[in-house]
Ligand binder design. Structure first.
Ligand code: DAH
Length: 337
């Protein structure tokens, strides 16, 4: 049959190909858009109807056979190339190596490590906790009973079933720490937290907090302010005025908002909205119910806790004007660090 001769010819040409480009050219010649097979198929409407079926089938068989031969030759070529490479062909040891792209640390990671170093130098341990958390640790054991209105302050991503959530703050690790370690405790917990809220230049669904927890005999508010002041002095490399305002968080009593004198201005700027004060963190004395939930006797021990957002410190440090850059994945942003 005519097709047999065509196939034999194609197979011969395919076997003679020494590289992939030549092979592709032969493939095109036979099974390409204007190739032999395409022409055969195009001729079908001009044929007497009793021949059409046979010519159609023949063309398809020819196509399959050519493709099969081409695939076989392609693996032979690949095997030969690999063997040659293994023998050292084409390898020039005098050429310079390919350039390796180096990444760099994310600015949040850089500042986080600095914060960890500072607290470690004050005798703190750095701890960790789960990002998918139980309602019990995120709220209940922190003295937010079910239906407590303060839960509304935390725009929560719930997982199915309502017992699991993405932690809205790092405070649940307070309970986990109390459960696992006996006082004296001095720990910080840096980590990601999640809020289901509208995003803008200062709000992200995912951000970073640093929790602090100190529990021992005789701990008081003076220890809290002293600790935060020393930390801030190291971080900003100078003494900053601070102030405590009353603040409500169910897991501390008394609870405070801790402000620092704006480190960037004398008398009012954009960062402090011309007030000269910048909110730094929430803090307070650990509530007796929290100590009890963690198995610690509030008659014997007391403690303080604080929680601050890391992202804003990083934004202030590097002059970053939009928190969404952190998670945006834009290399033009990341390559600056
Ligand atoms: N967890 C609180 C929040 O995300 C911040 C906070 C306030 C942490 C007071 C504390 C604290 O440890 O004592 O809004």
């Amino acid at each position: 049959m005519e097709n047999d001769a065509t196939l034999t010819e194609a197979q011969t040409k395919i076997r003679a190909c020494d590289d992939l480009a030549a092979l592709r050219a032969v493939e095109r010649e036979y099974v390409g858009k204007d190739g032999v097979v395409a022409r055969l198929l195009a001729s079908i409407p001009t044929l007497p109807s009793e021949q059409r079926r046979e010519v159609g089938q023949g063309a398809n068989q020819l196509k399959q056979a050519v493709l099969e031969a081409a695939r076989a030759r392609e693996s032979e070529l690949a095997a030969a190339a690999l063997a040659a490479e293994r023998k050292g062909a084409g390898f020039d040891p005098t050429l310079p190596p390919a350039r390796v792209e180096r990444g760099s640390l994310h600015p949040v990671t850089t500042v986080m490590r600095e914060v960890e170093d500072l607290f470690q130098s004050m005798g703190y341990t750095v701890l960790d906790g789960p990002e998918v958390e139980l309602d019990y640790y995120n709220f209940e054991a922190l003295n937010f009973p079910p239906d407590h209105p303060a839960r509304e302050e935390y725009d929560t991503f719930w997982c199915e079933g309502k017992d699991l959530l993405l932690r809205t703050h790092t405070s649940p690790v307070q309970i986990r720490t109390l459960e696992q370690h006996a006082p004296p405790i001095r720990a910080i917990v840096p980590g990601r937290v999640f809020r289901h809220e509208e995003q803008d230049a200062t709000h992200e669904h995912t951000f970073t907090q640093v929790e602090g927890l100190v529990v021992d005999e005789g701990v008081n508010v003076g220890h809290l302010t002293g600790t935060l002041k020393s930390f801030l002095r190291e971080l900003f490399q100078r003494d900053l005025d601070v102030r405590l305002r009353p603040g409500y968080f169910p897991f501390v009593e008394p609870g405070f908002e801790f402000d620092i004198r704006c480190p960037f201005c004398e008398g009012g700027c954009r960062v402090c909205s011309k007030t000269t004060w910048v909110e730094f963190c929430g803090c307070g004395m650990v509530h007796p119910n929290v100590l009890r939930a963690g198995g610690v006797d509030p008659e014997r021990y007391s403690g303080f806790a604080f929680g601050f957002g890391l992202d804003r410190l990083v934004m202030l440090r590097y002059g970053i004007d939009d928190i969404r850059h952190f998670m945006g994945g834009d290399l033009r942003f990341l390559e600056q660090f």
